[in-house]
Design a protein around this ligand. Structure first.
Ligand code: PEP
Ligand code: MN
Length: 335
């Protein structure tokens, strides 16, 4: 349930309302906007007499919320979420450009790509250290060593780093990682999500291969329910009957998620298409549709990449694309 308060509402009446709600075991989340304060009521709100609250002098409006997600819900938090990651800002009009290889392969590879993507305008560096591969015989990532190499690249470029966690027992290795990625295959690993909810790190939560928009939001809710509000949603293509692309990029998830949630939304056109030649068109389309950023695979030598070479851009192609998407973002943010 949402209670919208009148501007400059009487403090004593507000405190009486809060005490009354608390006496019914209702948890209250306040969201203070410039002109309005919104109270989000969590718990068994069925027992609350809505007309009784509506009748209070300090109350502007009361609404019941149907959606099962509360913390991620825009109704509880009308303004876009914005958070700092290192020296960059995610959400609220900023455009986040995360770039780097699918996997960290060597110090030379990650540091070279890091410098090239920074020069092209990337705001964060990506690179997988723990890789969720379909085959157990495929390259599994450099694991701990991969994280150390990412930290080396961060030291050289100043770019915040994004890398995937697959098992909560590895959490200590992520102490200096700026953004922890939860991959598509782990979107509904609820125990992992609960533990990440206890951390204070931004989480890049990728949509599962066959998950709905509502399921993605419920997974975000798992993290937020633990107290970690810094969730970045990521659409990375879903399973459909189509085989011309690796997955099908669900562009309509952007306006759907924007309407439903205040969380920033990042698009991954690399895993969505699986083909580097399709990445620029889908990056531009996602930016025009209102995404808060992109995560793009870039490799210094795509044909020899240990993972996802066919969908990786060269640094030169990424540079061209970065310029285009920044121009599109500037244009659409004027609408
Ligand atoms: C990745 O980002 O390298 C990755 C494995 O992505 P996803 O979980 O979307 O498949
Ligand atoms: Mn990949």
């Amino acid at each position: 349930m949402i209670v919208v308060l009148k501007e400059n509402s009487n403090k004593e009446q507000l405190s009486n309302l809060v005490d009354w709600l608390k006496s019914m075991n209702i948890e209250i989340q306040f969201c203070n906007g410039v002109h309005q304060t919104v109270m989000g009521l969590l718990g068994d709100t069925a027992k609350i007499d809505i007309d009784l609250i509506k009748a209070l002098e300090i109350v502007e409006e009361v609404m019941r919320v149907q959606e099962p997600y509360k913390s991620a819900n825009r109704k509880f938090h009308p303004l876009d979420s914005v958070f700092k990651v290192g020296n960059t800002t995610v959400g609220g009009g900023s455009f986040t450009l995360i770039a780097g290889p699918c996997s960290v392969e060597s110090e030379e590879q990650i540091c070279t790509v890091a410098k090239q993507v920074k020069d092209a305008g990337a705001t964060m560096l990506r690179g997988g250290a723990f890789k969720p591969r379909t085959s157990p015989y495929a390259f599994q990532g450099l694991r701990k060593e991969g994280i150390n190499l990412l930290l080396e690249a961060k030291k050289e470029t100043g770019l915040p780093i994004v890398t995937e966690i697959m098992d909560i027992s590895h959490i200590d290795l992520f102490a200096d990682v700026d953004v922890i990625q939860v991959g598509a295959r782990n979107m509904q690993n609820f125990e992992l999500l609960k533990e990440l909810g206890k951390t204070n790190k931004p989480i890049l939560l990728k949509r599962g291969l066959s998950s709905t928009v509502d399921e993605l939001l419920m997974s975000a809710e798992y993290i937020m329910a633990g107290g970690n509000e810094q969730v970045i949603l990521c659409e990375r293509g879903i399973r459909t009957f189509e085989t011309v692309t690796r997955n099908t990029l669900d562009l309509s998830a952007i306006p759907a998620l924007k309407a439903a949630s205040h969380l920033p939304i990042i698009i991954d056109p690399s895993h969505a298409t699986g083909k580097s030649k399709f990445v620029p068109a889908m990056s531009c389309a996602a930016t025009a549709a209102g995404a808060d950023g992109l995560i793009i695979e870039v490799h210094n030598d795509p044909s020899h990449a240990l993972c996802d070479g066919p969908q990786s851009l060269t640094p030169a192609d990424f540079k061209k694309l970065a310029k285009q998407v920044n121009e599109i973002h500037n244009l659409v943010s004027k609408f």
